[in-house]
Design a protein around this ligand. Structure first.
Ligand SMILES: *[C@@H]1O[C@H](CO)[C@@H](O)[C@H](O)[C@H]1NC(C)=O
Ligand SMILES: *[C@@H]1O[C@H](CO)[C@@H](O)[C@H](O)[C@H]1NC(C)=O
Ligand SMILES: *[C@@H]1O[C@H](CO)[C@@H](O)[C@H](O)[C@H]1NC(C)=O
Ligand SMILES: *[C@@H]1O[C@H](CO)[C@@H](O)[C@H](O)[C@H]1NC(C)=O
Ligand SMILES: *[C@@H]1O[C@H](CO)[C@@H](O)[C@H](O)[C@H]1NC(C)=O
Ligand SMILES: *[C@@H]1O[C@H](CO)[C@@H](O)[C@H](O)[C@H]1NC(C)=O
Ligand SMILES: *[C@@H]1O[C@H](CO)[C@@H](O)[C@H](O)[C@H]1NC(C)=O
Length: 918
């Protein structure tokens, strides 16, 4: 089975957009879930190694430190792989890192680093030692002297770890034992169930991985024989062990937790001369870092002889590992392994035949690991990503390598972090003054959500000040003085200054408008040169712009006057012209001629006397209708029985006349005829998303995952438009599966803007005194504060995403009322994605993609709005999920759709004390 591939992450996308320029195409995992880096390779594109078919990327996209070096010619031997011919050495800086991106946080990865010194520096003295870290956790000390030939041999270290973020950094730390270097770096995605001993808190470091008695004694098994590209060394000793082999295929047992490759399992050792035991032993190797190292042993067994009667005991230091005799299955591999690491000084492992066994024991393969704690978690993921983007954008060197805050001794210069016991470190201040920064102000500063102090003074920054900074809740001081910033201070920041919550220093920015006359002065200065040549043009421009300004001012006043209480403001100015000029064409051409006004009689005709009800909304029924040209429409008629809903009706009409987006239901016209009020919309043939999730659609079929993803993305785009494309932003306030409609092509559009309102809190006190929305979708923060924000819509959208993933309703009734968020959280916290996904999809999905969507949904439904992503973030992430799903659909990674890839850890036998047998 192929390893899981994984969705390229948002970070990557952002970095590319930000023009960081340091990432290259090779910087993403390939379809196998592999990243293979040739460190120090000077080429620009990756190459394929003929011996194993793997594609190696140059390392320029993964690190921005160190220098390329070639090993000395005499060490370039025929069997040495091409990527060992060069290396990257790090003479400067204490810590230098490679950043591997586009991972899935919480997934398990095998990481392997290779080293061939090859006298690259002509000193003939390999470094005595240096350390490797994975993220902020110590991995291992590299000591080339402990390898057979410290100068010429290929040394490697390998770890299996659970990665907490969407990226992982592998760092070389100079501990005074010589210049660190690296020849190659590999990352392989593993299925969650593999190596259950590798957890969030504990990583496995490979000490040995042996293929017992391979037929070809010089053959080292790895990819493609091992789809996970582990390296299996031949292990044999003809003087004490006889060899067994088969040409039949050896399969993995159902719950294979290790997936030893068949080629490795096809051979085995067994004792010679009728001896009844296989014995091997080693001593613990305590280090200053780990005085009492823990070991995990995994032994792989498969019977290779038909009708064998073979059973045996496994003993460690004379004590049985488990009480029963073990009988390997014929041509099926299984493993005997520890769950909890052993911590002893000496290890003497014997595999002894049981008394009634007619054959001596066998052993097909063995793996030995030491364990490392991985309990230290680095800086908050978003903070770290933002810091890395800032570093890339401004090409900061300093000591900006690895995690910004940890370990404290290597924290980034000019940056301060807060360290709390129960949470990840946050970046609280950043001083980049006098750092020669050029270009505009990175939007990534606004992603440092815990930032209190930001100093960018005395640089050469240009462009305008991003208003997003005003949304940083803790920010108290910003210093922009001494730059070349343009434009004016954005309103959000102005408000913070007026509130007294922010001290914004902006002196010495000659082009910045600060409310005083400095702006005009500088404008005058600038124009002086051109004024003589440009006078006539200028005059014309002034006249034209004045006219435009007057026009807009008038228009705006009209709109404001009419808000909420006077239907005439919704009316397009040339309504009569429109209703007569209207004659044909499709909905799009209608939209161009703006909204049509219908009479009640016309509506009667259109709907054939209000015959067919499409649905029932808050403020009345929705009827099916046909325009004169046959265009099908939906007519929402306000129930005139009550006065309720006039406001919502007007709000919606107003909004729909001014916004248009392909993922928002568009209005064709309206009716205000005496007591009758109605809105006429484009017809959404496939009804509501809710019906489709429930499976009550016309065919009773279940929406396939790919369709669900597309619907999620399209509705997210609709909401993003409301939040980002409208000024001021619009908050929908009633996002739910019944307000997402699908047209005949199953394209999703957001509907029902009755509760929507502009972001501006002050204009309409009516709305701030009550909480609107639908139970199950309502943002708890909004309920508490009565102040809706765009993040309230994000919350509701998160619920819709969970509906799409699970097929459930927002509130589950069985066995007792449960909120879908709580329900999903409980299952997902246990890693149980299978228990969450809509079973009706019958595995027709990429598990990583579903997992990712579930994660997005949970982020959207975070209790605090600050933790929730914006709709733009959501859109970007969903786009990545779609790419992933398309990759799957094209068959890059057929193995992934097999759900067994994500068996959950709790399915693993957990023998708490001592070893487990399988
Ligand atoms: C390393 O060798 C390659 C050719 O094999 C050459 O192109 C490159 O310039 C060399 N790099 C250094 C740093 O000497
Ligand atoms: C490296 O390994 C060699 C041989 O195993 C040992 O003698 C030496 O002390 C080690 N060096 C360090 C710095 O650990
Ligand atoms: C044994 O394996 C080595 C290394 O993979 C290879 O070069 C050699 O051709 C193999 N020999 C046979 C007989 O297959
Ligand atoms: C095992 O057999 C080999 C020959 O097959 C022989 O050389 C060796 O001495 C024997 N060892 C024992 C302990 O009998
Ligand atoms: C390992 O244990 C076996 C049997 O208990 C014993 O014969 C052998 O000498 C031991 N070896 C070592 C190195 O302790
Ligand atoms: C051999 O003995 C073990 C107990 O020592 C028992 O579990 C097993 O079933 C026996 N096997 C056979 C083939 O008799
Ligand atoms: C800005 O750039 C100019 C040259 O482009 C340079 O002379 C000046 O020192 C820079 N200012 C700062 C504050 O870095």
């Amino acid at each position: 089975m192929a390893p899981p591939s994984w969705p390229p992450c948002l970070l990557l996308l952002l970095l590319c957009l930000a023009g960081g320029g340091i990432l290259q195409p090779g910087a993403q995992p390939d379809s196998k879930g592999f990243i293979s880096i040739d460190c120090g390779y000077p080429g620009e594109t990756s190459y394929v190694d003929d011996t194993n078919g793997l594609s190696y990327s140059p390392d320029a996209g993964f690190t921005d430190a160190g220098t390329n070096r070639n090993i000395s010619g005499e060490y370039v031997r025929p069997l040495l792989s091409r990527r060992a011919h060069n290396l990257r050495s790090f003479p400067d800086g204490r810590r230098n890192c490679y950043t591997l991106r586009s991972l899935v946080s919480g997934l398990k990865y095998l990481i392997r680093a290779n080293f061939v010194y090859g006298n690259y520096d002509g000193l003939n003295r390999p470094p005595a030692s240096f350390d490797l870290h994975i993220g902020v956790n110590f991995w291992t000390t590299v000591n080339l002297s402990s390898w057979s030939d410290p100068v010429g041999s290929l040394a490697w270290v390998e770890a299996v770890v659970v990665v907490p973020d969407e990226f992982v950094q592998v760092c070389l730390v100079n501990t005074g034992g010589g210049t660190p270097f690296i020849s190659g770096l590999d990352l392989r995605a593993l299925k969650r169930k593999l190596y259950p001993q590798a957890t969030v808190e504990q990583g496995l470091v490979a000490i040995g991985r042996f293929n017992a008695a391979p037929t070809n004694k010089s053959y080292i098994a790895r990819y493609p024989d091992d789809p996970h590209d582990r390296i299996w060394y031949p292990w044999y000793d003809a003087t004490i062990w006889a060899e067994l082999s088969t040409t039949h295929t050896v399969t993995n047992a159902d719950y294979g937790l290790f997936e030893a490759p068949p080629v490795v399992m096809q051979t085995a050792i067994t004792p010679r001369n009728g001896s009844r035991s296989i014995v091997f032993y080693w001593d613990a190797e305590p280090t200053p870092n780990d005085p009492s190292p823990g070991y995990i042993i995994v032994m792989h067994f498969a019977e290779l002889q038909l009708d064998a009667v073979r059973n045996f005991y496994v003993n460690l230091n004379g004590k049985p590992w488990y009480s029963d005799a073990y009988t390997p299955d014929y041509l099926r591999s299984n493993a005997v392994y520890d769950i909890v690491p052993n911590r002893q000084r000496h290890y003497n492992l014997t595999i002894d035949a049981a008394t009634n066994s007619t054959l001596p024991p066998i052993l097909n393969a063995v793996e030995l690991f030491s364990v490392i704690p991985t309990t230290i978690v680095g800086t908050d993921s978003q903070d770290a990503s933002a810091a890395m983007e800032i570093k890339a954008k401004y090409q900061v060197h300093k000591n900006w390598m690895g995690d910004p805050c940890l370990p404290k001794t290597m924290a980034w210069d000019r940056l301060t972090c807060s360290h709390a016991i129960a949470s990840r470190p946050r970046i609280t201040s950043l001083n980049m003054s006098s750092s020669g920064l050029t270009g505009n102000i990175s939007t990534s500063f606004a992603d440092l959500k815990a930032l209190q102090y930001l100093d960018l003074s005395n640089n050469n920054l240009t462009g305008s000040i991003p208003d997003a900074l005003s949304e940083l809740p803790s920010l108290t001081v910003i210093d922009f003085s001494g730059n070349q910033l343009h434009g004016s201070i954005p309103p959000g920041l102005l408000k913070r200054i007026q509130d007294g919550t922010l001290d914004l220093r902006h002196g010495n920015n000659s082009e910045l408008c600060t409310g005083s006359n400095s702006c005009q002065l500088s404008a005058k200065r600038k124009n002086k040169v051109a004024i003589y040549v440009a006078v006539p043009i200028l005059v014309i421009l002034v006249i034209v712009s004045a006219a435009i300004l007057v026009f807009f001012l008038l228009r705006r006043r009209n709109q404001q006057q009419g808000s909420m209480n006077n239907m005439t403001t919704v009316k397009p100015q040339n309504e009569e012209v429109m209703s007569t000029s209207y004659g044909g064409g499709d909905i799009d051409s209608l939209r161009i001629v703006e909204n049509r006004r219908f009479t009640y009689k016309e509506l009667e005709m259109i709907t054939n006397g209000f015959k067919r009800v499409l649905g029932q909304g808050g403020f009345g029924r929705v009827y099916d209708g046909f325009l004169e040209d046959g265009t099908q429409v939906a007519v929402k008629l306000r129930s005139h029985a009550s006065n309720q809903g006039v406001k919502e009706f007007l709000a919606e009409a107003q909004i729909l006349t001014r916004i248009h987006h392909k993922n928002l239901v568009s209005m064709i016209g309206y009716c205000k005829d005496g007591k009758y009020m109605a809105l006429v919309y484009e017809y959404m043939a496939e009804g509501t998303l809710r019906e489709h999730i429930a499976g009550n659609d016309r065919n009773g079929a279940c929406l396939p995952w790919k369709q669900r993803l597309r619907i999620a993305l399209e509705s997210a785009q609709g909401l993003e438009y409301l939040h980002k494309g409208c000024n001021p932003p619009l908050i929908h306030r009633d996002v739910k599966a019944t307000n997402i409609l699908l047209n005949a092509r199953l394209e999703a559009k957001i509907a029902d803007f009755g509760l929507s309102r502009a972001f501006d809190h002050d204009t309409d006190p009516v709305y701030t005194n009550a909480v609107f929305g639908t139970p199950g979708y309502m943002d708890p923060e909004y309920q508490a504060t009565m102040h809706p924000t765009t993040k309230s819509d994000v919350y509701s959208f998160g619920v819709v995403l969970l509906e799409l993933v699970t097929g459930n309703t927002a509130i589950l009734s069985d066995p007792e009322p449960t909120n879908i968020i709580h329900w999903s959280q409980q299952r997902l916290a246990r890693g149980n994605i299978e228990g969450v996904v809509d079973v009706r999809m019958h595995n027709g999905y990429d598990v990583n993609g579903v997992w990712k969507v579930a994660e997005i949904a949970l982020k959207c439904t975070s209790q605090g709005s600050a933790q929730r992503p914006t709709m733009s973030d959501v859109v970007a992430q969903l786009q990545e999920c779609i790419k992933l799903e398309e990759g799957r659909a094209h068959g890059f990674d057929a193995g992934v759709s097999n759900n067994t890839a994500f068996e959950m850890e709790h399915g693993v036998p957990t023998v708490a004390t001592g070893p487990a047998a399988r």
